[in-house]
Design a protein around this ligand. Structure first.
Ligand SMILES: [Zn+2]
Length: 337
């Protein structure tokens, strides 16, 4: 048994075969005086090859990746593997159990606390375990997100810049093998898992696959196929990349993306669909006042020409909430500009 702050674990990173195990997170508060919470982890290793990290459940109410990775582990045959796959399908298990975005143990957003540490609370310890124990042995990886309870996104891969040109290019190619319909290059959110993966020079990306508090069949299938194709592309899983992966990816960057933020609170009526192409100034949403019942609603217009990448999925909106994001499609070369 090894320890990392409040986390204890029995996994052997160097063992061959299929290990199904769990990290144990010790925690004590008013709701859970003496709790040893399990965070499932699997390692599948055979022969020689790269080490790949597969993560989901970084936010607790994002489901597609959790389902796809659990299924992958159940079905994986060690004899099909050349290398090592580390799977943590519900990384933020405290938030998964509560069906919320951030951990109910300390109110911390796991994807804003990387690189984490062993002595700054339970969520920082989960991040620190990944950063200090897992990422240093990895060559490639993916963290599968969705829009959660309040937003839905067109299926895309976020590839953060940084870590050097070669690692960024390898990450883009990895995302292309995963074959989300869209690939989005961005600066990366401070505290996210992906900038830290880059610091470890791991080819890495995050996905956003749907959302809106739903588990979508189509988006779950993208996750299932994406994981297999990414592993086949790396040579870690036997077999050919499936034909779906030949789907041409389309590209956007944060330099060509705009947010539409609600100026008021109220009921949100969306006038456009996810994935729709809109023009600057086009009517895209109405915010109906909440308490000033007979006041005129506020009409919101598209901030720019582009494809609607993200929409808010709740009927209620508060001042400051993002109503939608638009982004202009760019050529692949623009990712590297
Ligand atoms: Zn997320």
């Amino acid at each position: 048994m090894a320890n990392y702050g409040p986390i204890s674990y029995q996994i052997d990173l160097d063992a061959k075969g299929k290990q199904l195990s769990a990290l144990t997170l010790d925690h004590s508060d008013d709701a859970n005086a003496y709790t040893a919470l399990s965070i499932p982890i699997a390692i599948i290793a055979n022969g020689e090859g790269p080490t790949v990290l597969l993560v989901a459940g970084n936010h607790g109410n994002e489901y597609e990746g959790q389902v796809a990775l659990r299924e992958f582990v159940r079905q994986a045959d060690v004899s099909d593997i050349s290398g090592r796959i580390i799977v943590i399908p519900s990384l933020n298990m405290p938030a998964v159990r509560a069906d919320v975005r951030v951990s109910p143990l300390d109110g911390v957003n796991l994807n804003r606390v990387f690189p984490g540490s062993s002595d700054a609370g339970p969520t920082a310890a989960i991040a620190g375990f990944v950063n200090d124990i897992v990422l240093p042995v990895c060559d490639a990886g993916v963290d599968i997100h969705t829009g959660g309870a309040e937003a839905s996104l067109i299926p895309l891969a976020y590839v953060c810049r940084g870590g050097g040109d070669a690692v960024f290019a390898a990450s883009v190619e990895l995302a292309e093998a995963f074959a989300t319909p869209w690939i989005y290059s961005e600066a990366g959110v401070t505290g996210g898992i992906d900038p830290e993966a880059r610091r470890h020079r791991v080819a890495f990306f995050c996905t956003e696959l749907g959302g809106g508090a739903r588990l979508g069949a189509e988006t779950t299938e993208i996750a299932r196929c994406g994981v297999r194709n990414m592993l086949r592309y790396l040579g870690v899983l036997s077999g050919e990349v499936e034909s779906k992966a030949a789907t041409r990816c389309r590209y956007v960057t944060d330099a060509h993306a705009r947010q539409l933020i609600s100026p008021a609170s109220g009921f949100l009526e969306l006038l456009c669909e996810l994935g729709e192409t809109v023009s600057a100034g086009q009517d895209v949403a109405i915010v109906h006042p909440l308490e000033n019942a007979f006041a005129e609603p506020t009409l919101l217009t598209a901030p720019d020409d582009g494809v609607v990448m993200t929409v808010r999925t709740t009927a209620r909106v508060s001042q400051g909430d993002i109503v939608l994001d638009t982004a202009q499609e760019v050529g692949r070369a623009a990712l590297f500009a």
